[in-house]
Design a protein around this ligand. Structure first.
Ligand SMILES: Nc1nc2c(ncn2[C@@H]2O[C@H](COP(=O)(O)OP(=O)(O)OP(=O)(O)O)[C@@H](O)[C@H]2O)c(=O)[nH]1
Ligand SMILES: [Mg+2]
Length: 333
């Protein structure tokens, strides 16, 4: 029988730097090993796969909310296919930043995968600036992700003040049981050796988190749990869950946007998260913006444009769709 496949969860709240960290870890994979990535995105469209496209590593996407409450079947189908087709030596799993990782761990460690997977340390990224934010600290998902961490990483450490460094150290000292490792990391430069640390068994500390998410994720429960306008070359999908809202588009590549107009429009939007890869009059361009800003980068040619907007309050989908169309898309019907 072949060796079990090493698996790690790279978890943490929305926009905290998980995909950036995975990109870094992938560049440190041993040359004789095949690694694969499974991403479960909150948004219905899925952009992280496109953002990792140039790494040369196969990325399987399971879009549409938190896999635990929602599409655990989509998750296992994606995982099984990945195992069968890729036969990887290691799988890095990025659960949605608005997801509850306990159920994923329970699935991975359950009887079905016992012979196949070797679940190692869970690496949780935390933005130490959120330690002072009651909206984050009170969020059951935020708490649960940290509780399940074996390695707790304060990400984006290049942006911290001394106070935030101290707040992280004090927070780490309160953790029970103590974390296997804790570290401040800038630009996703996680130590690849952490991936081989063992996973400490931990019960989900917050059963109420699951109940909260199940209630909040109601719209995702249904296989078509989204409102959307579907045309062949212009698909818009809305998702809702965990007290957040997402609006995403998938658009045929023959649609070319005006890069300057896109930049002005998205630059003026006051939302938690924007990410996308779009075909523009200045070529393929990627945007990945969280609280800290984050600009445009050149991207590889693809066969569709993708954009996701995520926010913790209501979004006007029709107005956003009109605004995107005004950046060079077809007029609304
Ligand atoms: N300054 C700084 N920016 C970072 C760092 N890590 C990530 N970012 C930026 O933060 C934004 C979000 O990074 P991602 O890696 O996409 O975050 P994520 O956790 O995968 O986001 P979701 O999958 O949407 O939850 C991007 O604009 C990154 O460039 C860091 O260490 N320092
Ligand atoms: Mg990501």
């Amino acid at each position: 029988m072949s060796e079990p496949i090493a698996v790690n969860l790279i978890t943490g709240f929305l926009g905290v730097g998980k995909t950036t960290a995975i990109r870094h870890l992938l560049t440190h994979r041993p040359p004789d090993q095949r690694w694969a990535v499974l991403v479960n995105e909150f948004g219905e469209i899925g952009v992280d796969g496109a953002l990792l496209e140039d790494t040369g590593v196969t990325v399987t996407e399971v879009p549409g909310g938190c896999v635990c409450c929602v599409s655990s079947q989509a998750f296992t189908v994606g995982l099984n296919r990945l195992i069968r087709e890729q036969r990887p030596d290691r799988i890095l799993i990025e659960p949605t930043g608005l997801g509850h990782p306990a159920q994923i761990l329970a699935t991975l460690e359950g009887p079905f995968y016992r012979q196949v997977l070797d679940v190692r340390a869970t690496l949780t990224l935390l933005d130490a600036r959120h330690l002072a934010s009651s909206r984050h600290r009170a969020h059951p998902t935020w708490q649960d992700q940290i509780h399940l961490a074996d390695v707790l990483v304060a990400s984006k450490a290049d942006l911290y003040s001394d106070t935030e460094h101290e707040a992280f150290a004090a927070f780490v000292a309160t953790q029970q049981p103590a974390k296997t490792r804790a570290a401040l990391v800038a630009h996703g430069r996680l130590n690849p050796a952490w991936l081989d640390l063992p996973r400490q068994p931990r019960q989900a500390a917050f059963p109420e988190a699951h109940a909260f998410l199940a209630a909040q994720s109601h719209d995702h429960d249904h296989p078509h749990g989204h409102a959307g306008a579907e045309h062949r070359d212009w698909l818009m999908l809305e998702g809702r869950g965990d007290a957040y809202l997402s609006i995403g588009w998938r658009i045929g590549a023959d649609q070319r946007f005006d890069a300057d107009r896109l930049e002005t429009w998205l630059g003026g939007l006051n939302v938690d998260r924007i990410k996308g890869v779009l075909h523009t009059d200045q070529g393929w361009r990627a945007i990945n913006r969280s609280d800290d800003g984050g600009g445009w980068q050149p991207a590889q040619t693809r066969n569709d444009s993708r954009l996701e907007i995520i926010h913790h309050a209501e979004l006007d989908a029709a107005a956003l769709d009109r605004a995107l169309r005004a950046c060079g898309g077809p007029p609304s019907k």
